[in-house]
Write a protein that binds this ligand. Structure first.
Ligand code: ZN
Length: 283
């Protein structure tokens, strides 16, 4: 509104006092009121903003409080939570995992039956076939455990070595044990072929015999051998709390079989036959 506009002036002058007064006051007030209103608005906005900010910060700090107060608790909870699935997952499979304990006979100071010529001694052949058996089982979804997985014995003396093996087998949680050995029959070098032993007279004899029967059939099939499974009084299959067999993979006293037993390919064939027999028994 322009005061210099005559219409406007006239309008003001023509208006009564009551209306003139407030209109004059309005003009003055307007700027004041605008300033005041702006100020009030700013104050209100500031106040609202502070309310909003404090409203946000308190939940935030409330949210932080548990985070900060609970770092132990939430973290533990988080860890527990993340571990629960993690450990539940492993532990569920662990619970479902089928373990087989493999016992490579002899080792270290105890070479077992000595090999002839440039061939390996029994302890090394036992380990070689045992490790291959472990690989075969692993490929079939079974977790292999070993009483020994290197050339060393399990104890400094034969007695300690045997006792440690039995203890390892009994605490393994495995469903069965396979002990791997090489045979020898010095008085008749023509004797050959794998032989599977089980112990007759402990709690698991029946199961052990079943495994022995299965393995014998499969090993005969691979080797062309004609031997039978039989009872054997060996500590590692006698004093154990799970079904157990001892596999004599062949005779080192038979030169052709000794040669075979030193071949990686034949070792793998034997290992696979044993692994497949174990799968057959377990299924
Ligand atoms: Zn042996």
């Amino acid at each position: 509104m322009d005061r210099r506009d005559p219409r406007n002036y006239r309008q003001y002058t023509n208006s009564n006092q009551r209306s003139q007064y407030p209109s004059r006051m309005n003009k003055k007030d307007r700027s004041k009121m605008i300033v005041s209103l702006t100020f009030i608005l700013v104050v209100i906005c500031a106040f609202l903003f502070m309310l909003y900010a404090s409203g946000n910060s308190s939940p935030a700090s409330t949210g932080n409080i548990p985070e900060n107060t609970d770092p132990t608790a939430p973290e533990t909870t988080l860890n527990t939570n993340s571990q629960i699935p993690a450990s539940t997952e492993p532990s569920t499979p662990t619970a479902k995992v089928t373990k087989v304990i493999i016992d490579p006979g002899h080792g270290g100071f105890d070479v077992g039956t000595e090999g002839s010529g440039n061939y390996k001694n029994e302890d090394d052949l036992n380990l070689a076939i045992s490790l291959k058996l472990g690989n075969e089982l692993q490929a079939m979804g079974i977790t292999p455990i070993f009483t020994r997985s290197d050339e060393n014995a399990v104890g400094n003396t034969k007695e300690l070595d045997m006792a440690n093996r039995v203890a390892a087998i009994n605490s393994s949680g495995a469903v069965l044990e396979v002990s791997i050995h090489m045979n020898s029959f010095a008085t008749d070098s023509s004797v050959k072929g794998p032989e599977v032993y089980y112990y007759e007279g402990n709690a698991n004899s029946s199961e052990s015999m079943t495994i022995a029967s299965i393995l014998q059939t499969r090993l005969n099939s691979v080797s062309g051998g004609k031997r039978s499974y039989k009872h054997g009084d060996f500590m590692v299959i006698r004093d154990v709390n799970i079904p157990a067999v001892l596999v004599e993979c062949g005779f080192l006293s038979n030169s052709s079989e000794e040669q075979q037993l030193n071949s990686e390919e034949y070792q793998t064939q034997l290992a696979r036959a044993i692994a497949e027999g174990i799968i057959q028994y377990l299924s």
